[in-house]
Design a protein around this ligand. Structure first.
Ligand SMILES: [Zn+2]
Length: 143
């Protein structure tokens, strides 16, 4: 199955955001909140290839935490509120802002890894096994 780049982007975005299997788009990628399932419950794709490592935390920090910290610093400089205001506003905002996007970001990274066939050194055999069950793809690749 070959996809154009914009189709790939939409597919990765949709699967990542909803936590769906990047091969069939129906099964669930997560067995718990941040725990990736062993296999897709619909097409049985083996998720052992998935290794987003600390990527979700990194992207959560870059996309959410840094802008929020600038906003909070601006709030402190502009308004100079008492400490308890930060305790009630800034602390929950940063905590939730960093934790809530972790699952969609992790899903996005795993879907992106699958769709783009990104391999970590030493996982070539696992990818060969995965592609054996996906013969349409290996034929169209000519490999
Ligand atoms: Zn699936």
């Amino acid at each position: 199955m070959q996809m154009a780049d914009d189709q790939k982007f939409l597919w990765i975005f949709r699967c990542g955001l909803k936590g769906l299997c990047p091969r069939c788009g129906e099964g669930h990628m997560f067995s718990r909140w941040l725990k990736i399932a062993d296999k897709c419950d619909v097409c049985h794709l083996d998720f052992r290839f998935a290794s987003p490592d600390d990527g979700p935390a990194f992207f959560s920090l870059c996309i959410v935490a840094f802008p929020l910290v600038f906003l909070i610093v601006w709030f402190e400089v502009a308004v100079s509120p008492p400490f308890w205001v930060h305790l009630l506003t800034s602390f929950p905002l940063v905590s939730l802002g960093c934790i809530l996007p972790l699952q969609p970001i992790k899903g996005w990274l795993v879907a992106s890894q699958y769709v783009n066939k990104a391999q970590e050194a030493g996982t070539e055999q696992l990818w060969a096994q995965l592609n054996k069950t996906d013969e349409d793809e290996t034929k169209s690749d000519g490999s």
